[in-house]
Design a protein around this ligand. Structure first.
Ligand SMILES: Cc1ncc(COP(=O)(O)O)c(C=O)c1O
Length: 400
């Protein structure tokens, strides 16, 4: 581009109204601050990403894939052999049967699965109910598909589970779907069987689609339940989203999948084939290896997370910050209201003065005010050091 081009005036309607009206993430400034401090001695508990490298045999499968010259497109739905392994895995571990030909699609992470699904089911103005605090993308992704996000607040006193009564109250004639994410990012909450059954009944009574984002499901440390998709009457109205990023430490491979009723999977496939074509073949082959031989590594990582969780929860409670023991995921959602600081003030001062990065709870919805999210997907050494720094920070606040 020459200098002349860059000086041409820009018309002010270049960006679609829908995208222009999307708010920028509330923590943008905060992460700007974090990224400016990368050279410093910062311990990050901010990012929701395993600190483990992908197990070697899985990386090797990607290398072999290249060596064998597997550099082509795959079927739009994804490699049949991978879909078949996924369906076998869901039968054995999630007690639900899907047909690999029609009821399963490989996506570029759960991120693409969510995008495809919202675009496949939402007519402009349809409402999608979800629980908050929640994963940062839900609200924006629903809006990008011209839907209306409807957030239900979950509370610490309910261990951040979705209360079926609150769900009932949020339903209107415009409600199209309920989006669940248990174990939850950022709270680590899970549902109990009673709650899950009641939510299923509400979905059936109101003829709603249920979207279940189970990206953390293997990382459930206590009382793991079958998926809501497996409850009676639910399979035909539930879309099960999952992926390899978290439990298999494969964030960079970008492989997810959606299983559900064939009409919805087919509609998702239509969008995927025009926009993405397929997920990368070498990553699909690596994911297949993860399912066939990766169970032991996954369990080892899970056990390590569980130990870290116990240390982190005790660390926060010992320093006087209330922190529930989460039943799943690799996050703790810590109540910092006793410090008198807002979530953003706490996170900024902790970063600037004590070089520990955590995420202000407000990144996950307004009701996250008064909390910070810490990921314990960092080494035990880093976690112990970070806790020591946070203790000093909190002690300093109390003595003012
Ligand atoms: C709840 C939840 N869903 C979806 C995603 C996206 O994951 P993926 O890497 O599979 O796109 C994340 C990532 O942090 C998440 O926490």
């Amino acid at each position: 581009m020459n200098m002349k081009d860059s000086k041409l005036p820009r018309s002010n309607n270049r960006i679609s109204d829908n995208i222009a009206s999307l708010p920028k993430s509330g923590i943008r400034d905060f992460f700007e601050l974090v990224s400016n401090m990368v050279d410093d001695d910062v311990i990050s508990l901010g990012i929701g990403e395993p600190d483990f490298a992908t197990p070697w045999h899985i990386r090797e499968a990607a290398i072999y894939s290249l060596e064998k010259g597997h550099t082509n497109y795959t079927s739009n739905l994804g490699l049949y052999s991978l879909r078949n392994e996924i369906c076998k895995y869901l039968t054995s571990d999630y007690k639900i049967d899907y047909c690999p030909e029609k009821e399963c699609i490989i996506t570029v992470g759960v991120s693409e699965g969510l995008d495809l699904l919202f675009r496949a089911i939402i007519n402009p103005g349809d409402e999608i109910i979800y629980h908050e605090p929640c994963y940062v993308s839900y609200n924006a992704e629903i809006k990008m598909a011209y839907g209306v996000p409807v957030a239900i607040e979950t509370k610490e006193k309910d261990a951040f589970a979705l209360h079926p009564d609150d769900l009932r109250k949020a339903i209107t004639p415009k409600t199209k779907a309920i989006l669940l994410n248990f174990p939850c990012n950022p709270t680590g909450a899970t549902l109990n069987l009673e709650q899950m059954k009641e939510i299923a009944e509400i979905a059936i009574e109101n003829d709603l689609i249920v979207i279940t984002d189970e990206i953390y499901s293997e990382l459930t440390y206590e009382d793991r339940l079958p998926t809501i998709a497996s409850l009676p009457g639910m399979k035909d109205r539930t879309v099960f989203l999952h992926g390899f990023s978290k439990a298999f430490a494969m964030t960079g491979f970008r492989i997810g999948f959606a299983c559900g009723p064939d009409d919805i999977i087919d509609a998702m496939m239509k969008i995927h084939q025009y926009s993405m074509l397929c997920a990368p073949i070498l990553a699909q082959e690596a994911a297949e290896e993860a399912l066939i031989n990766g169970q032991r590594d996954m369990n080892a990582m899970k056990n390590e997370y569980m130990e870290r969780r116990n240390v982190v929860v005790k660390g926060f409670n010992d320093m006087g910050l209330d922190c529930l023991k989460p039943k799943g995921s690799f996050y703790v959602f810590v109540n910092i209201t006793s410090t008198g600081l807002t979530s953003m003030e706490f996170a900024k001062r902790l970063l600037e003065d004590y070089k520990v990065a955590v995420v202000p709870g407000t990144a996950f919805g307004k009701c996250g005010e008064g909390y910070i999210r810490c990921a314990y997907a960092a080494s035990m050494g880093d976690l112990i050091n970070a806790l020591a720094r946070i203790r000093e920070f909190v002690k300093g606040l109390n003595s003012v």
